[in-house]
Design a protein around this ligand. Structure first.
Ligand code: HEM
Length: 253
């Protein structure tokens, strides 16, 4: 694992290298494996989106509350906010009274509580949670969008607002923005100790996400055949962020 030292590589690179194993575990949850294989049905998907709604509501409220913080202010990009997008998707999947139909699962509550706790004790660590969610949504999430649309045969313009970023409609614009985001990470005023804590917190953020996804495994199982379930649960995919060459902006930073 990348351990920041006084000769520390850029923080964005430390975060990527320091979370490779966690990323691989997240990709190997059954929910993710089913999604990338186009095997998802609406029930587990809408429950997952409901969980994400609670998580993003908390994350984005706390990022907003700490927008003047010396670390958070530099990594606060309101254009990335997902709460409203998730509200649109939940209205599509649950109907107009979606708010009365959803409630946070046990692991979702734990995730949300962690966000409020660090916002209270050490707000700089919110940067790790923002990194894990937003960079994921802008990366592998984009491939999942297409899989969801075709698996559920979604009507034009509905059901995947979560993966749509205003002003970032193409792979090129998203790639460029990820460069901007990594530059912002690299310029955060963090010392070695805080950098180490951020990597630890990013790994915890991945774990909290995995826990939420694991809770949905039985829902997923109910929607696929036994043979598919066997195949999916025994498949071990290599992590997408392992062995990636450093992006150009990380080399030149
Ligand atoms: C099927 C599931 C997934 C696939 C196929 C996938 C794929 C990828 C790929 C290919 C990249 C590299 C993009 C690039 O360098 O431009 C990436 C980056 C990333 N993903 Fe995922 N991902 C998945 C799930 C997740 C999940 C569930 C999370 C978070 C909970 C996540 C968080 C991230 C983050 C934070 C990065 C940025 C790594 C960096 O610092 O460069 N991913 N993902």
């Amino acid at each position: 694992m990348c351990a920041p030292t006084s000769m520390c590589p850029p923080l964005a690179l430390c975060l990527r290298e320091g979370t490779q194993q966690s990323h691989s575990l997240a990709e190997n949850t059954v929910l993710m494996k089913c999604l990338r294989n186009g095997l998802i049905s609406a029930e587990p998907l809408r429950q997952w989106m409901a969980s994400l709604y609670f998580v993003y509501s908390a994350l984005e409220l706390e990022m907003y509350n700490h927008a003047d913080h010396p670390v958070i202010g530099r990594i606060y990009f309101p254009r990335l906010e997902r709460t409203l997008q998730l509200e649109n998707d939940l209205a599509f999947y649950y109907g107009d009274n979606w708010r009365r139909q959803i409630q946070p699962s046990r692991k979702t509550i734990r995730y949300v509580m962690r966000l409020h706790a660090i916002a209270n004790d050490q707000p700089a660590l919110l940067a790790a949670h923002a990194y894990v969610r937003y960079m994921g949504d802008l990366s592998g999430g984009q491939g999942l969008r297409a899989k969801i649309r075709s698996a559920l045969k979604l009507p034009e313009g509905l059901g995947t607002a979560f993966y749509e970023f205003e002003g970032l409609p193409t792979a090129e614009t998203r790639r460029a923005f990820k460069g901007v985001y990594r530059d912002a990470l690299n310029q955060l005023p963090v010392d070695t100790q805080l950098a180490t804590q951020l990597i630890e917190e990013a790994n915890l953020a991945f774990k909290l996400n995995c826990d939420v996804m694991h809770e949905l495994a039985s829902q997923v199982k109910a929607t696929v055949s036994e043979a598919t379930w066997e195949l999916i649960t025994h498949e071990n995919l290599p992590g997408s962020t392992a062995h990636l060459p450093p992006p150009i902006e990380l080399v030149s930073a």
